[in-house]
Design a protein around this ligand. Structure first.
Ligand code: AMO
Length: 427
């Protein structure tokens, strides 16, 4: 290939008038006006107008929309509205031809349903609305790493192929592992707890797996979780950490993704301190609204929808019955039937859950047995609790769900590159 890129489009300006540049990008639009051809060229940094006359005009017109091209030309002023310069093309090379008809229209003029878009995700990513979602996701992740680093958490990577369940028995993907049974990790729960005894504060951002046959706009078989675990921290400490992380993410995305949020027709601002409701408050409020809720029973999706209608923003639900929570969550000292735990909600959507963990080995073994789990299966985990296990707390935050909220999306699949659900295993 003789053609070579000289600049990203964002780095070209009218200050370079008269200079020659070589830009690589995709042709978004072509207009032939007599002997002059106009084209818009987009790269990962922006859009430029190319103008071609003579031989070059035929080359630009023949390149075809959405083909990857390299153009070489000089920068000149323009009368086009909203633009300060254009590139007068001297030569164009088609580097990767787009074969029409394309399965989805990347400009979004012809709408496609979500399944068609997900089936052709790489091309869908050229749609600026879709690209905006993934730039927002990038900024949210960037902030999460910075925030947790400055709060002295160490990033860890735990195994995804495991020998026994991390969250209890249900919803596990199993597989053959050299003649033994293995599973895909549902969360980093046991490993992150163990890591507090050496590293103190840890976090992980990774994919985890749930074999739930759920066909909803919020459940995935493979999801990304932001997890923390901190030694000598209690439920209140990690709730404060979560609130400051989520508010910081919102502010960071609002500040760094104005164009992307505009593309999605949405806006963001700091929501202020999160409301805190207890489980008992929720039961009372739901009953007051005519809902049939059993005291001590789980809040069903139908209940959360009603509650979310009354609390459309971010809010914590604390004090869940201990029986409703996983085996590692601690009961409170005042009333062991009420746990030191929380869920973070956005309206009806659960974004995160966490709490104070049981850190005494005998108590944990007892809870495992009470939950019908076999303590022997948790042998190495329980053993580590005899090595100076500190009191500790943590949470898991569903990143895909949070990005869907930030980007104003109804379906979590929109916030995931190649979502996996019971009906979707490819591409
Ligand atoms: P939990 O099971 O509540 O807790 O998961 C934590 C958060 O992860 C997200 N999430 C999902 N997102 C999309 N699809 C799914 N199938 C899915 N399952 C979970 C949700 C949820 O709030 N170990 C504990 C956390 C902890 O206590 O540290 C756990 O996994 O946003």
């Amino acid at each position: 290939m003789t053609w070579k890129r000289s600049h990203d489009i964002a780095d070209v300006s009218i200050g370079m008038e008269g200079k020659e540049v070589s830009l690589g990008g995709w042709i978004e639009d072509v207009r032939v006006m007599g002997k002059v051809t106009f084209a818009t060229l987009r790269d990962h940094t922006g859009m430029a107008q190319a103008v071609a006359k003579g031989d070059a005009a035929g080359g630009v017109a023949g390149a075809g929309r959405q083909s990857a091209v390299g153009i070489t030309g000089t920068i000149q002023g323009t009368r086009a509205r909203g633009l300060e310069y254009e590139v007068l093309v001297s030569s164009i090379e088609v580097l990767g031809r787009a074969e029409h008809p394309l399965p989805v229209d990347p400009i979004g003029r012809q709408g496609s349903n979500i399944d068609t878009r997900l089936d052709h995700r790489a091309l869908d990513m050229r749609n600026q609305r879709t690209a905006a979602i993934f730039r927002i996701r990038h900024r949210a992740l960037q902030y999460a790493r910075r925030h947790l680093d400055s709060a002295r958490y160490t990033e860890i990577t735990t195994p995804k192929i495991i020998g026994s369940a991390s969250e209890g028995g249900a919803d596990l993907f199993s597989m053959d592992y050299f003649g033994k049974s293995a599973y895909l990790a549902q969360s980093p729960q046991l490993y992150k707890e163990q890591m507090t005894l050496g590293l103190g504060r840890v976090f992980e951002i990774a994919s985890f797996y749930r074999a739930e046959k759920s066909h909803t706009g919020r459940h995935l078989s493979e999801f990304t979780s932001v997890d923390i675990e901190g030694a000598f921290m209690d439920c209140g400490d990690v709730m404060a950490e979560l609130e400051s992380l989520v508010r910081g993410m919102i502010t960071h995305v609002a500040g760094s993704c104005a164009a992307e949020l505009g593309e999605l027709g949405t806006g963001l601002r700091d929501p202020g301190p999160f409301e805190r409701l207890t489980y008992k408050d929720c039961v009372r409020e739901l009953r007051g609204m005519g809902e049939d809720v059993e005291e001590g029973g789980d809040l069903l999706d139908s209940h959360l929808r009603v509650l979310g209608g009354a609390h459309p923003g971010y809010y914590f639900i604390t004090g869940w019955p201990t029986d409703l929570k996983p085996f590692y969550i601690m009961g409170s000292e005042a009333d062991p039937a009420v746990s030191e735990s929380f869920d973070l909600q956005h309206g009806h959507l659960e974004l995160s859950s966490g709490g104070t963990r049981i850190h005494r080995r005998e108590d944990l073994a007892g809870r495992l047995a009470a939950k019908g789990l076999d303590p022997a299966q948790f042998g190495p985990h329980l053993e580590s609790f005899g090595w100076g296990m500190p009191p500790h707390s943590g949470w898991g935050l569903g990143l895909d769900r949070l990005v869907a909220v930030l980007a104003g999306l109804d379906n979590v699949r929109e916030a995931v590159l190649y979502p996996r659900d019971p009906d979707r295993l490819t591409p």
